[in-house]
Ligand binder design. Structure first.
Ligand code: PLP
Ligand code: COI
Length: 351
């Protein structure tokens, strides 16, 4: 038992096979996972078991109707070896927002918070201490119940799996501003962390990757006039000295990093604006030199400076600033996450 959660221990540990100095993102998994099943109208008490395959019937509704949602957060180790989470209640609340939209039963708070804490206490040796590395936490829920009738399942699974991870992007990040495809529509599921939102962007992102771009910047589905967010992160632009990001709406994920960066930027005395940003404004600013920076913000991406963006077959390079907002804000947020600085906002959560 850890924190009153039963543990079935793995017979052997894989930890000695892991090269913690060369971690990719999300490709190695720890020895254990947390599981709870929704059956007969309630979520079972969570338990920790060895990391293992999940067995499902071919008629499970996840395969047919895509009832699947997930979250992403990270566990950080400080110099003393203590483990910290960053605003985990925000992930819990967003998981249930996504669940509601996908007609998946909501999860009790203690399953998420106590379950995650217990799992991390058991797996604390897996939290890397190397600079820039962390233990990526992936809570997810999907329809395990069966039937070809197109209606919500009667059974679901909630799992938390863990992956010691390095940086999400390698090299300079180039993005393509999308003119044709859409990620989300008004009244749709764009604000939810639904698996299908990501499946739908893979093909346009592959087309962009063939032209050398790592991410697509999604624009509004109406007439692709305004910048919304990127495939795996929210987007900020700096025009002159003002830091601007799009307001969240039905189509945009309400990123926890995004709102934290806004708070930190204000605290730094940076002029911030949350408003619609048109593609024309960004292109014009790139042309006249007032576009100083663009960067993505997200759990996996942290704060990722964008080196260039493409639009209508033209590439626009961003200047390389010595004292960029991106580097200042990245330092402030990661210093809080890794317990290297005062946490004046009360965001850190000790495991
Ligand atoms: N937008 C999308 C589509 C994402 O997948 C993510 C990652 O979670 C984000 C934004 C950033 O959200 P957060 O900062 O909560 O990780
Ligand atoms: C995260 O940043 O946690 C995400 O979920 C993005 C994902 C596409 C890796």
């Amino acid at each position: 038992m850890v924190n009153n959660i039963p543990v079935e221990k793995a017979k052997t540990s894989k930890i000695h096979n892991v090269d913690f100095d060369n971690l990719a993102f999300g490709t190695t998994y720890t020895d254990h996972m947390l599981v709870s099943d929704f059956n007969d109208g309630e979520w079972s008490a969570p338990k920790i078991i060895p990391y293992q395959p999940v067995t499902l019937e071919p008629s499970s509704k996840i395969f047919h109707y895509g009832q699947s949602i997930f979250e992403g957060l990270k566990a950080y180790k400080d110099e003393q070896g203590s483990v910290w989470l960053f605003r985990p209640m925000e992930n819990f609340k967003r998981l249930n927002k996504s669940a509601k939209r996908l007609a998946i039963p909501e999860l009790p708070e203690s399953h998420f918070i106590d379950g995650l804490t217990a799992l991390l206490r058991l797996e604390q040796d897996w939290v890397p201490q190397n600079p820039g590395s962390s233990l990526y936490v992936r809570p997810f829920m999907f329809a395990s119940g069966t039937g070809f009738h197109a209606s919500p399942a009667d059974k679901y699974k909630f799992i938390i799996a863990l992956a010691p991870s390095g940086a999400y992007f390698s090299g300079k990040v180039k993005v393509l501003i999308e003119e044709k495809y859409s990620r989300a529509a008004n009244g749709g599921v764009g604000y939810a962390k639904a698996g299908g939102n990501y499946a739908g962007q893979f093909y346009p992102t592959q087309l962009a990757a063939e032209k050398g771009y790592q991410q697509v910047i999604w624009t509004d589905d109406n007439n692709h006039e305004f910048i919304e967010e990127a495939g795996a992160m929210n987007v900020f632009v700096r025009i002159n000295d003002t830091l601007i990001t799009a307001p969240t709406n039905d189509r945009i994920l309400d990123g926890i990093t995004r709102k934290s960066i806004l708070d930190i930027a204000k605290d730094e005395g940076i002029d911030t604006e949350v408003r619609k940003v048109s593609v024309k404004e960004v292109v014009d600013a790139a042309k006249n030199g007032s576009l100083k920076e663009m960067f993505g913000a997200g759990t996996a991406a942290v704060v990722s400076p964008i080196a260039a963006f493409g639009y209508k077959d033209v590439d626009y390079e961003l200047p390389e600033l010595g004292d960029s907002y991106a580097s200042k804000l990245k330092k402030r947020i990661t210093d809080i996450q890794y317990n290297r600085a005062e946490d004046k906002f009360g965001w850190r959560y000790k495991v």
